[in-house]
Design a binder for this molecule. Structure first.
Ligand SMILES: [Zn+2]
Length: 90
């Protein structure tokens, strides 16, 4: 694992911890930092960021807190508090 990948993993952990402790703005900053490092290094983001962060506002999503999750027609639809939807096949 490269240094950049390790940093991204660490930031994903920190974002999750911050979100769980209710520090949403802090979690958002960690998500943004992870995204920036991934872009700069052409790396893909860990699944917990791609699935649990908002593409529009960078919030780290916690179903039942700042996100709603529904299943519809073979897709999982995650709706952020900002109104952005993301859908994934399952
Ligand atoms: Zn959002």
């Amino acid at each position: 694992m490269s240094v950049a990948e390790e940093r991204i993993e660490r930031l994903a952990d920190l974002a999750g911890e911050a979100a769980r402790s209710g520090a949403e703005e802090l979690a958002r900053r960690y998500v943004r930092r992870a995204r920036r490092i991934a872009e700069r290094n052409r790396l893909s983001l860990p699944k917990r960021i791609t699935r649990f962060s908002c593409d529009r506002c960078d919030a780290y999503l916690r179903p039942g807190h700042n996100a709603r999750v529904r299943t519809r027609n073979g897709h999982v639809v995650v709706t952020c508090a900002c109104g952005e939807h993301a859908r994934y096949p399952y």
